[in-house]
Design a protein around this ligand. Structure first.
Ligand code: GAP
Length: 612
């Protein structure tokens, strides 16, 4: 349950985002559209910087990753092969009274956010049951706040069920969830107590699956033959283009393909601002590695993680576990490099029962958002499931051939060959039977795959670090948001916001300000400095208002540095070690308000070293 204090913080962040042009509601002039958000001038720069940082880190600075930019609409068979058509669904309930749709697994996150539930929590503090107060509430305010709650519709019966439960011999204290369930129940259904609709307290239908993909048609005719989907993830295009990229990019496994771009999910209940949207952006890497059996054949033994932490530079004997740990650590390093140190993140290792059937491991990187600690990115070891699926469904081979593997395999002792082939056979058999291939056929295919391994062929496995741009933007906004209270000489206190973004992702890197607008000498010089900086970085020029106000405006925008042209620029520095030196400006640091003088000629390299 989100703390009220934290919701206040969330409100402050959303209001700043609107006021300063980071994020607006999509189609606001028509009342908005739920789950869709636009980025304003500052937000667009912030987002661009985040994506640029990811792309540079994940592709340009690496020898072993290349990029891809695929279409949003792809052949519908891709989504059949990936499993999205059959299983990409959330459980959904409908309120029988207000008709609103609710994601069934989010009901208990949503209930405490609503006024009726908060009122009940206040009436019954710390698990106590205050029946007379509940009765009065049901007859009064409850009618407006939760008109369809059983307590409001039928207080006598509901409260009698509740009393029976509370007064039963040896009864355990009620949990908050149980209390809400009792207050939603005036007749027991097949499963016992009812779950209330978070919006009106009404009765919810049992959950049923709701596919999250946005469906459309390509071409002029709307028929089953030309159904298509807006992609719900960027990853599948990478798998579908694996062969083309492998053949053209002169890369050998292990190597990765990175893509970022729009993804669409028709979320049942988009919520928590941009955290769960219907249109969002992803930054995904599919890093292809050899199966452990191939690594063992070539190097003699597969290295597995000996300790927590970064395992260092990749080695030829790394199996999937080393690569998985490597990518978890690389991603944490990336976040630290843009202002989210490890202390702001948590790692959640999914339990075996939580993993998708094909996944060997998955680590969620979590951030403490104001509404709770939630996933920012998932790093999954997905075995060879994805390429295998596309090979089976398209009929096109997705495997690779390695001469080094063929040679190494042929030199292994026969018992080692047999053991490795058997392990590979079992893994392939497990996958094929899981996908419904008939047993005899699966056995024959798995045998072919095992024979192929001995000849240097295999289907690559994959490690997938998959991050959401919008969630990261929200995390960066929450992390940067800082309120400071200042008291002036007259004792008057004022609280203002400083957005402490890392300079690398800050929307505006530097603001250039003349101390006074009406002094042409100062104004012209400031304009000239601004013009010299803007081709290199996002710079801003502001002449309006007192210098204190302009600094405050830049603090709110998260600009790490302000440069002020003042009289000392022309007359020479007044005192200190630089006394008498001309052509300097005041450089102000956002985070501590510190000011220093810097030569105009040194400004560009000084800034570039900090903002790139
Ligand atoms: N290819 C794997 C995949 O798509 P996912 O966990 O469903 O995995 C990856 O999504 C990331 O995409 C999430 O960690 C999150 O950052 C982002 N994401 C997913 N659904 C989202 C939504 N509805 N709104 C905003 N971001 C979302």
């Amino acid at each position: 349950m989100a703390e009220p204090k934290e919701n206040v913080l969330m409100e402050k962040i959303t209001s700043l985002c609107k006021r300063r042009g980071f994020i607006f509601q999509s189609s606001e002039i028509y009342g908005g559209i739920q789950g869709f958000w636009d980025y304003g001038p500052l937000g667009a720069e912030l987002k661009r910087n985040v994506k640029e940082a990811w792309w540079t880190t994940m592709t340009r600075l690496r020898d072993d990753v290349v990029g891809l930019e695929a279409t949003i609409i792809m052949h519908p068979k891709i989504w059949e092969a990936s499993g999205h058509v059959a299983t990409f669904a959330d459980p959904m309930s409908t309120c029988r009274q207000c008709k609103k749709l609710v994601r069934s697994d989010q009901i208990w996150d949503m209930i405490p956010e609503n006024a009726w539930a908060q009122a009940i929590a206040e009436l019954c503090p710390s698990g106590s049951v205050e029946s007379p107060r509940l009765f009065n509430w049901a007859k009064g305010k409850g009618k407006h706040l939760a008109p369809n709650l059983a307590l409001v519709r039928n207080p006598e019966v509901t409260l009698s069920f509740l009393a029976e439960r509370v007064n039963a011999p040896g009864a355990l204290p009620l949990t908050t969830k149980e209390l809400y369930q009792y207050l939603a129940t005036d007749q027991f259904n097949a499963t016992g107590l009812m779950n209330p609709c978070p919006h009106c307290g009404g009765e919810l239908t049992p959950p049923r699956p709701f596919n999250l993909m946005f469906k459309s048609h390509y071409g002029p005719v709307e028929s089953d033959e030309n159904v298509c989907y807006l992609r719900p993830e960027t990853a599948q295009a990478i798998f579908a283009q694996f062969k083309n990229v492998h053949e053209t990019a002169r890369q050998k496994v292990p190597f990765g393909i990175a893509q970022m771009g729009k993804a669409f999910r028709n979320e049942v209940t988009p919520r928590n601002y941009t955290f769960r949207s219907r249109e969002f952006e992803q930054m995904e890497l599919e890093f292809f590695i050899a199966p452990d059996e191939a690594i063992e054949a070539v190097t003699g033994a597969v290295a597995t993680p000996a300790a927590k932490g970064h395992p260092g530079e990749p080695q030829p004997n790394w199996g999937w576990q080393m690569w998985h740990q490597y990518w978890v650590e690389e991603r944490i390093k990336f976040y630290a490099g843009i202002g989210l140190p490890r202390t702001t993140l948590e790692e959640y290792w999914q339990k075996p029962e939580e993993l998708a059937h094909y996944a060997r491991a998955c680590v969620d990187i979590l951030f403490k958002f104001p509404f709770g600690t939630q996933e920012l990115e998932g790093i999954a070891a997905r075995s060879d499931f994805d390429l295998s699926q596309h090979e089976r469904c398209s009929g096109k081979p997705m495997g690779v051939f390695e001469e080094e593997l063929r040679t190494a395999f042929s030199k292994l002792p026969p018992e080692k060959q047999t053991a490795l082939k058997e392990r590979y056979y079992q893994a392939r058999l497990k996958y094929l039977t899981k996908m419904g291939v008939e047993v005899a056929k699966a056995g024959a295919e798995a045998q072919e795959d095992a024979d192929g391994l001995a000849k240097g062929q295999y289907i690559p496995h994959v490690i997938e670090p998959s991050a959401g741009v919008d969630r990261l933007i929200l995390a960066l906004l929450a992390n940067a948001f800082t309120e400071i209270t200042e008291t002036d000489a007259k004792g008057k206190s004022e609280t203002r916001v400083v957005m402490k973004f890392h300079p690398r992702i800050a929307p505006i890197k530097v603001a250039v300000l003349p101390l006074l607008k009406n002094k042409p000498e100062l104004a012209n010089k400031a304009r000239a400095i601004f013009e010299s900086l803007r081709p290199q970085m996002m710079a801003y020029h502001d002449e309006a208002g007192s210098i204190g106000r302009r600094y405050a405006r830049q603090d709110e925008a998260g600009t790490p540095f302000c440069v002020t042209v003042d009289f000392e620029t022309f007359e020479g520095v007044k005192d200190g070690p630089q006394a008498g030196v001309k052509d300097t400006v005041t450089l102000r640091h956002r985070d501590d308000g510190r000011q220093e003088r810097i030569a105009i000629s040194e400004l560009l390299p000084w800034l570039l070293a900090r903002v790139r």
